[in-house]
Write a protein that binds this ligand. Structure first.
Ligand code: NAD
Ligand code: ZN
Length: 254
């Protein structure tokens, strides 16, 4: 470990240990080590496909079969196989230690819940369930039969994932709960998000404005780094969160 990183890990452990109300904001980067590619950056999905052509609600409504074939089917294959990694498990440990109160995630992969986090706000909805666009019947994505694309409900309506597409509204209850958590916390851990998708990217800004510390864990700099974040611990989320948790446990057992 580089000396600078070692210091930052120690600093983060001390900041977390001294906090009363920690909230995490996570993005696609936390699930990269679980085998789910992010959207932006190296190896990201947007290098291969144009989001406006495949991930916008208008594109889906215009040609659901095309979006199912290119985007949703691939997501299902990847998400079905994915399991939580040490970063998800580390956040669960911080919750068990009484430090982390809630996790706001932009991810739709369900890995925080699978790891055992008990309070997860799925800001962009979830990919675990599908909803019939005609009768609102719900079915689990895992058990969906994809021999026919787009998959249809018994009523003939087309299924869509319960996550939101670009151009759709954030569920208002998720937005308001996230805003109050962001305003309440005294430390916000921002993990694996490029902080470019609004309004999620505004949550750390809100935290900062209300006097909280903002600790960023990311493989690269983001627009928050050097402006909103107190510091960035640069690297893989699994490694870094693992080291921070070990350090917090060391402080607590001393
Ligand atoms: P993003 O794709 O825009 O950015 C990913 C970020 O993670 C980058 O800043 C990158 O530097 C960082 N990163 C990559 N690997 C990392 C690692 N191992 N450890 C730490 N950081 C790492 O992601 P976003 O900001 O979450 O925005 C994308 C949107 O796409 C979200 O709204 C989300 O709904 C959706 N999305 C979700 C998933 C998922 O559910 N797993 C996957 C892809 C995209
Ligand atoms: Zn139906």
């Amino acid at each position: 470990m580089k000396p600078n990183m070692k210091n930052l890990v120690k600093q983060a452990a001390a900041d977390l240990n001294g906090a009363r109300h920690v909230v995490a904001l996570t993005g696609a980067g936390i699930s990269v080590e679980s085998g789910i590619p992010p959207f932006r950056g190296k190896g990201g999905l947007w290098e291969k496909i144009d989001p406006m052509e495949f991930a916008h609600i208008d594109a889906f409504l215009q040609d659901p079969a095309k979006v199912w074939r290119v985007l949703i089917k691939e997501m299902k294959d990847v998400v079905d196989r994915a399991r939580p990694n040490p970063a998800h498990l580390g956040l669960v440990r911080l919750e068990e230690l009484g430090l982390l109160k809630a996790t706001i995630t932009q991810n739709v992969d369900g890995l925080h819940q699978m790891a055992g986090s008990s309070d997860v706000i799925e800001f962009h909805g979830n990919f675990a369930w599908q909803r019939c666009m005609d009768c609102q019947n719900r079915t689990e994505t895992r058990s969906l039969d994809l021999t026919r694309i787009p998959p249809r409900c018994r009523c003939g309506g087309i299924y869509r994932p319960e996550c939101i597409f670009f151009g759709e509204m954030i569920p208002p209850q998720h937005l308001s709960r996230s805003q109050s958590l962001a305003a309440q916390c005294d430390v916000m851990l921002v993990v694996g998000t490029s902080a470019t998708v609004e309004p999620a990217a505004y949550m750390p800004v809100l935290s900062k404005q209300t006097g909280s510390k903002v600790i960023e864990i990311n493989a690269a700099k983001t627009p928050l780094t050097d402006s909103v974040s107190d510091y960035l611990i640069k690297g893989q989320a699994g490694d870094i969160i693992g080291m921070i948790v070990a350090e917090v446990e060391k402080i607590r057992s001393a």
